[in-house]
Design a binder for this molecule. Structure first.
Ligand SMILES: [Zn+2]
Length: 203
């Protein structure tokens, strides 16, 4: 089954996304719902199954790596997946306004924004311009990765998901009622696979 929009529970959505990623990683994509008829059909409205907060990196195209199509995924991308008030409001809209079942924070291998934070912290040379925000947002993950002996992107994926859980009222409420699940994951450029670092289904 590849129909994300037919999924009824947060866990089911996550299982379908993982199955889509497996098809992508193994070169067996189904390329679902990318045809003109689906595009036309969706002019009357959208009912995405998941909201993804991810990085703008051109090597991490969200719909492609989950083998999804039109209307499946509400995507929010900033460099490093950094979350500000507009990103939080977009997640809130996806949960409250569009009724998504799952909130996914997706970090990735070789992330430039993460690299900038690591470099700034090791050199002590904090960027003076707008890119300073990456250092501010990602530094906690750099420290945490060191303590836990993991890679910074893994810590960033978990922190990003935890941040959405802690800060967004509709996500908190969805977890309480088990209508929304939250997952943190890291996409590996090297083998095309998405690796889970955090799961919260309100249990
Ligand atoms: Zn990135």
């Amino acid at each position: 089954m590849t129909d994300l929009q037919a999924a009824t529970t947060p866990r089911e959505v996550w299982e379908l996304l993982k199955a889509g990623n497996e098809r992508f990683a193994t070169g067996n994509t189904a390329d679902p719902r990318r045809d003109p008829a689906t595009r036309q059909q969706l002019t009357s409205g959208q009912n995405p199954a998941v909201v993804v907060v991810g990085c703008s990196d051109s090597r991490v195209p969200i719909e492609l790596l989950f083998d999804a199509g039109f209307g499946d995924i509400f995507v929010i991308r900033t460099a490093g997946g950094c979350v500000d008030s507009a990103v939080s409001a977009s997640v809130e809209f996806a949960v409250d306004g569009l009724g998504v079942d799952l909130v996914l924070f997706l970090a990735h291998e070789k992330c430039g924004a993460v690299g900038a934070a690591v470099e700034a912290l090791s050199s002590g040379d904090i960027p003076p311009g707008l890119t300073r925000v990456f250092v501010e947002k990602i530094s906690p993950a750099v420290a945490e990765a060191k303590t836990r002996g993991e890679q910074v992107e893994q810590a960033h994926a978990r922190n990003g998901a935890e941040h959405l859980v802690a800060r967004i009222p509709s996500v908190i409420s969805g977890l309480t009622h088990k209508t929304v699940g939250v997952v943190g994951a890291r996409y590996r450029l090297s083998d095309g696979r998405v690796e889970t670092t955090y799961e919260n289904f309100g249990d």
